[in-house]
Design a protein around this ligand. Sequence first.
Ligand code: B12
Length: 215
Amino acid sequence: MSEKLFEAMKQSIIDGDPDQSAALAKQALADGMDPLDAINQGFVLGVNEVGYQFGCGEMFLPDLVLAGEAMKAAVAVLEPEMARRGTQRQMLGKVVIGTVEGDIHDIGKTLVGTMLSASGFEVFDLGVNVSISKFIAKALEVNADLIGASALLTTTMVKQRALIEELDAEGLHGRIKVMVGGAPVTREWVKQIRADGYSEDAIGAVDIAKSLVEK
Ligand code: B12
């Protein structure tokens, strides 16, 4: 039965239909489905398909915009349940998270923030298009353990490196650890820029964050 629902979820994103994606998200919750399964096995497949077709020149910017809106509508329905399911309530650490300057993709970053906060981290989400100075100022203000920097464009990934270089220059790297993520980020890149942690999804981000605060 879930297979049919997952397929409909994928299709609602490809169709760029926020009413349909939100309705399917509500149906998933009513059926008792884990909201993360709905995201990872349903909606994200649609987003990947649209991204692929956009890359091939078979879909265009308006399709990307609509797919993004449909994805956000579904996530908005699922997020409260994701947060509610987070059982661990002790404070694990503080994380400042945001999408780097020049980049306005926020769906993945917000998911990571939600999962971290559901898992017991105190999360300060600075939104999108976040400058390096803003990341660092907030991290110092709240005495953060970690900064999470998201980048979805090959042109903005370089800001992740610049953030680490600035923390190094100010003697703060070590006290404040950096985890990075976003579709174009590879392990090779993570090694190259000497980031402290990386994950390709929101569940992995929680594991990485936990291991970094324990170190
Ligand atoms: C939706 C979308 C948009 C929407 C964004 C809406 C929004 N509010 O976010 C809009 C329409 C605005 C958009 C705009 C653009 N986009 Co766009 N977009 C996408 C698309 C289809 C999906 C992204 C997404 O939401 N994925 C779903 C989430 C759940 O996945 P995620 O973001 O990867 O996040 C997960 C992981 O990466 C990880 N993660 C993410 N962040 C972090 C952070 C940390 C710390 C950690 C540990 C983990 C982590 O965990 C997340 C959860 O599992 C992608 C294609 C793709 N498959 O990625 C293209 C894509 C990213 N876009 C692309 C492009 C080119 C653009 C534009 C430049 C188009 C244009 N000509 O204007 C603009 C750029 C605007 C800007 N300055 O930022 C390209 C990038 C190519 C490249 N290599 O640089 C892509 C890959 C499409 C393609 N195939 O060409 N886009």
